[in-house]
Design a protein around this ligand. Structure first.
Ligand code: GLP
Length: 242
C-alpha cells in the first residue's frame, strides 16, 4: 500500500518534498537523486534550492540521474531534457554539472546507451530518492502504457497523446520528437524511495488507476504498488477520483 499525502497547494507539496530531500543530503552529502522533468517537480526543485541556501548544505558531491531524454533532439535544444534539468535543477540548486546524468538520446549510440545508463546508476550505488511526475495516460518517465514492468533503460516510441501533451514546449507538434530513451519501470523500481507528485484534475484518472487500480502495464505508474516505499504527494484535484 502506497503512502498518499494530499496537500492543499503545489507550494505545500514542494515545501514538503524539498525539505525531505534537503534532509537527505544534509545526512548524506553523496546522496543519489533521481530527477524528473515536466512542470510538476519544479516546485520541489525551487524549495530544495531555498533550503540548500538557507541551511548552507553542501551539495557538491550529490549525484543525479534523470529519467529520460528525447531521442535525436540535440542536447543544446532548449527543450532537450538535458537543458531542462540544467535550467530547473542543476543551476538553481547548485549541483555539480558533471555529476548529473541524463540518458544519451544521440541516435548513433542509442542501442547501447540504455544498458550503459543502468550500469552507471548501479555503479553510483543506486538512487536514494526518485522524484516522479505522471503523464495523463499513467506513464512514468516515458514508459507509456504497455511498457514491461521489468524494463530497463531503452528507446521507446512516444504516444500521440504524450506528443500532444508536450507540444506546448515546442513551436508545433511536428517538432516534438517521436522517440525517446527512458529509464525502464524495472530501473525506476530499484530506487530506494519513490515520490510521485501530481497536480490538477487532468491527472485524477491516472492517479486513481495508479493507486487503486490493478497493477498493470496499461497504467505504468501502478507498478509503484509493488514498491516497499512509494509516496504519492497530490493536490485535492488530482486526488478527486480516489
Ligand atoms: C513528460 C515526462 C514525465 C512527466 C510528464 C508529465 O512526459 N517524461 O516524466 O511526468 O511529462 O509532465 P507535467 O509534470 O508537465 O504534467
Amino acid at each position: 500500500m502506497a503512502e498518499v499525502i494530499i496537500v492543499k497547494s503545489q507550494d505545500e507539496a514542494g515545501a514538503l518534498v524539498g525539505a525531505s530531500i534537503a534532509d537527505l543530503i544534509a545526512a548524506n552529502p553523496r546522496a543519489v537523486l533521481g530527477l524528473a522533468t515536466g512542470s510538476t517537480p519544479i516546485v520541489v526543485y525551487n524549495h530544495l534550492a531555498s533550503q540548500v541556501k538557507e541551511r548552507n548544505i553542501d551539495v557538491s558531491q550529490v549525484q543525479g540521474f534523470a529519467l529520460d531524454e528525447y531521442a535525436g533532439l540535440p542536447v543544446e535544444h532548449p527543450e532537450s531534457y538535458r537543458s531542462v534539468i540544467t535550467r530547473t535543477v542543476v543551476e538553481p540548486v547548485g549541483l555539480t554539472p558533471d555529476l548529473v546524468h541524463v540518458p544519451n538520446g544521440d541516435l548513433s549510440t542509442i542501442a547501447t546507451a540504455g544498458r550503459d545508463y543502468d550500469a552507471a546508476i548501479a555503479a553510483a550505488g543506486g538512487v536514494d530518492v526518485q522524484i516522479l511526475g505522471i503523464g495523463t495516460d499513467g506513464h512514468i518517465g516515458f514508459n507509456e502504457p504497455g511498457s514491461s514492468l521489468a524494463s530497463g533503460t531503452r528507446i521507446k516510441t512516444l504516444t500521440e497523446q504524450t506528443r500532444l501533451d508536450n507540444a506546448r514546449f515546442f513551436n508545433s507538434l511536428d517538432e516534438v520528437p517521436t522517440h525517446c530513451i527512458t529509464q525502464g519501470i524495472g530501473t525506476i523500481l530499484k530506487a530506494r524511495h519513490l515520490v510521485l507528485l501530481a497536480f490538477g484534475e487532468n491527472k485524477a484518472d491516472a492517479v486513481a488507476q495508479s493507486i487503486e487500480g490493478p497493477v498493470s502495464a496499461m497504467c505504468p505508474a501502478s507498478a509503484m504498488q509493488l514498491h516497499p516505499h512509494a509516496t504519492f504527494v497530490i493536490d485535492e484535484a488530482a486526488a478527486s477520483k480516489l
